[in-house]
Design a protein around this ligand. Sequence first.
Ligand code: E4P
Length: 240
Amino acid sequence: MKDGLLFLDTGDLAEIEKYLKLGIVDGVTTNPTIMKACGVTGGFAVIRDRSKAIAEMIGHLPLSLETSSPHGDEQEIIDQARKFASWSPNINIKVTFTDQNGKLFLGVIKKLAKDRIKVNATAMMNAEQCFLAAKAGAAYVSLFAGRIANMGYDPVPVIRQLREWLDVSGLPAQIIAASSREFINIQQWWSAGAHIITVTPNLLKPLDHPYTRDTVAMFERDAADWFPGWLEWKARQKKK
Ligand code: E4P
């Protein structure tokens, strides 16, 4: 399966286990902010232990871990990437498109890809950045579609354009439409051509739909005579 994939955006083991059991998770993505929000703080060893635990829990599925260098130091990113990748074969490495001062990390992506480290190029806001990261060798290109929408622009044509370029060029990178904000983003972004969408566990709440509940209640009522005494039993349970 190359399209219609969902990556869970979390560092929370219980949430990952919950959605893995449902069979709808195709991978997990994290970043420093997600890890912090999940309480994974207290130094590098804590990050390492949680990352290894997630990687083991999801087995063959991919886990993205994000590199970070306070000084935008390329070698630091590369060393970190190699360390992360050594923790488990299913770990891939997030490299931001630039540092916070605009220094391009395309060379880092190229170097890691040459070392056969799977790179998830991240924090990208347009199709051009994504396509160039794919050219440099990124296996995944993360377009922050929700953040594009936050700025008042429609990410749908951007995803469509990027998919067209990747398909025409034959570059193997997969588009991750990230930063989803609403449940409807799943249909909008898959339809536009994203291979993968990142979702937080919170975003998946509408899977429990009130109309589905009503419909199932109807089925249960009408199937009651399959199980004599069942309705009475249910009424008794409610009274307790
Ligand atoms: C996923 O890879 C991204 O890190 C994530 O979706 C970013 O989400 P945010 O825009 O909510 O921070």
